[in-house]
Structures are given as C-alpha cells and as structure tokens.
Ligand binder design. Structure first.
Ligand code: HEC
Length: 175
C-alpha cells in the first residue's frame, strides 16, 4: 500500500484515519460475534442443557430399574425405601428367578444356610458384593436401605431378623 511513501503526511494521516476506522469496525465486529455467541449459548445451548437433565442421577437410575417398577429414590435423599421397595426395584432382578445363582426369594431351603451366617454377614455380602452379586446389588442405595432389603428378603426365606435401625438411631445407639 502506501507504506513505501514514508514522507507523505497526507497519506500517513489517511492511513491513521483508516486504521482508526478499522479499529472501530473490528470492535463492532467483535461485539457482534460476542453477541452472537451469547445468543447461541442461550439458544441451542440451553436446549442441550435441558437434554443433559435426562442424564441426572435420578433419570439414569429410573432407566436402570427393571420394567414395572415405579419406585424411585427421591433426589436429594427423600424417605428411605422400605426393604420391599428396594427389593422390587433392584434385588428382585436376580433374586426373583435365581438369576446368576442368587438364592431365590421365598426359597427357604436356599436361604437357610445363609440365614445361619447371621444378619451382619448377609448385610456385608449385600453391601460389598459376593461372587456374581455386585456390591449393593449393583445399584445406588443407602446402607440402611440395603439392610432393610436384606431383612425383607431373608425373612421371606425363613429368617426372623429385626428391621435395622434408621441411621440416626443406629448412630446414637453405637455411642
Ligand atoms: C445381579 C444379580 C443380583 C442382584 C441385582 C442382587 N443380588 Fe443378591 N445375590 C446374587 C447372587 C448371585 C448371590 C449368591 C452369591 C453367592 O453366594 O455366591 C446373591 C446373594 C445374596 C445374599 C446372600 C449373601 C450371603 O452371604 O450368602 C444376600 C443377603 C443378597 N444377595 C442380598 C441382595 C440384596 C439386598 C439385593 C438388592 C439390594 C441383591 N442381593 C441384589 C445376585 C444378585
């Protein structure tokens, strides 16, 4: 361009003025781009965020539940499920039919030798897993809920375990 003509003040001024104009144009363009970016975040971006909500723990847990169950652990820790509720939501997936060699629900013969080991041993198996049974029966339950499900299942298999204490009561009882 005119850069070669170093000594031409008029050109320099023009060049300077042009540069200012370019700056203004660039700033305007940048603002437009930024605005467009912000709008797109609020537009399709927010739709994507809504889609992500379906990946929430609750939604995922709901999809993982066996068909026919309507029990969902309340988000943010609602009422703990009863043993029967957790069993139906989760444990029954294997224990109803004896899948993977699980002791069947209500099968006293299958449960008798296990019941003899005592509630604590069965609870530990349920919490930590045992052979083909994944820890926590493969789900997301509190230890208390697991305990209730163990008692529910074992009692239907001939045990007479007492309902486990609620966490607060258990904590104060331990002191
Ligand atoms: C993926 C299948 C599966 C699920 C789901 C499952 N279990 Fe089991 N469970 C098994 C199998 C298999 C065994 C037998 C393990 C063994 O003794 O080899 C078993 C055994 C047990 C036992 C006896 C453990 C022992 O020490 O003899 C208890 C108690 C038990 N399950 C509780 C539960 C509870 C409570 C749930 C739900 C929270 C549950 N299970 C969910 C497969 C499952």
């Amino acid at each position: 361009m005119s850069d070669a003509r170093i000594s031409a003040p008029a050109h320099q001024q023009a060049g300077f003025a042009l540069t200012n104009t370019q700056l203004v144009l660039a700033a305007t363009a940048a603002t437009v781009v930024l605005a467009a970016a912000l709008i797109s975040i609020g537009g399709p971006g927010s739709k994507r965020a809504a889609g992500k909500a379906d990946m929430s723990e609750e939604a995922v847990a709901m999809r993982l539940q066996p068909v026919g169950s309507v029990v969902v652990k309340a988000a943010g820790g609602g009422e703990p499920r009863t043993g029967e509720q957790l069993f139906q939501a989760q444990c029954g997936a294997c224990h109803n039919a004896g899948t993977l060699g699980a002791p069947k629900f209500g099968d006293a013969a299958a449960w008798a030798p296990r019941v003899k080991t005592g509630y604590e041993a069965l609870l530990t198996s349920a919490l930590k897993g045992k052979n083909s049974m994944p820890p926590q029966g493969g789900g997301d339950a509190s230890d208390y809920e697991i305990g209730r499900a163990v008692v529910y299942m074992a009692n239907k298999g001939g045990a007479s375990f007492a309902e486990p204490k609620a966490p607060a009561a258990a904590a104060s009882a331990a002191q």
